[in-house]
Design a protein around this ligand. Sequence first.
Ligand code: DAH
Length: 339
Amino acid sequence: MLVKIDQIIKEIQSLSLKSRDDADSFRLRYLSKKGIIADLFTEFKAVPPDQKKLLGQRINELKKIAQEKIDSYLTSAGGPSSDKHEMDLTRPGEPKPPGSRHPVSIVRKEIIDIFARVGFVISEGPEIEDDWHVFSALNFPQDHPARDMQDTFFIRRNPDILLRTHTSSVQVRVMEKQQPPIRTISPGRVFRNEAISARAHCIFHQVEGLYIDENVSFADLRQVLFYFSREMFGMETRIRLRPSFFPFTEPSAELDISCSICGGKGCNVCKYTGWVEIMGCGMVDPNVLDNCNIDSDKYTGYAFGMGVERIAMLKYQINDLRLFFENDRRFLDQFSAAY
Ligand code: DAH
């Protein structure tokens, strides 16, 4: 029996497996339930006890060699599949669910579309800005709190370079390059040194609007904001302007809309006031026009700026700002039909 086993080992060693068919017949011949090695084990049962140890070891060795032979072929052939039709072109494809647009992108586009319909063109500017475009040209006094390290991300090596805290910097860039009439809208990302919570984030998105021409009045501002609010939140929306302060506008105001959730009756979204604030606005301060070489005796203009996340939160009743930045599919998938 020993001789027979050795012969089989030699036979196996001299074989070379070249295809899956070879591997299949090899397995059948040597390793299957009715194969040569299984037969040897049956024979082994009748062997006298004093020969059992040696023979048992040898059969196990043979089995190992056979197994290694087939394993090494299968690894080189790329896996154990014995399927002859590996490319079954009739099988249905793997489903790849389509992505969905991010709610911030949806709302940003909607805001842009609404203003584009009344003649505003898009302008963009850099996210890494200098002090002039973010603060100085916009009439921020040197000691204004918005310049504080608490609010603004500065570059350590050069305090003149910073991450823009608002997209109002783009209105400066546009006015420096272009003489009126100017009618532009500037969407973009802004950065503030804030602790992240349900209501605040260090990154968010704004849209800034600017209109400069001869005889632009506060009534024009009011009208365009009324138009925007109704297009965005529905035709029954009412607006109100509350006096406010921004260094770059005079007079300045904040725009409230009647709460789109309760229709102005009072609910927890509007804190039972019936109104929600959606943006800041005002008439461009003549100092800002002068800083940008626009004749403030001849031209007047209005500006406004809003947070895209804030509009999206009101529109879709989202109550935590952090959801916009977590990229959780369960959140994002809800907007797949929204566009
Ligand atoms: N830049 C302001 C902010 O980030 C928003 C703003 C208020 C923009 C009034 C304006 C404006 O253009 O007129 O809070």
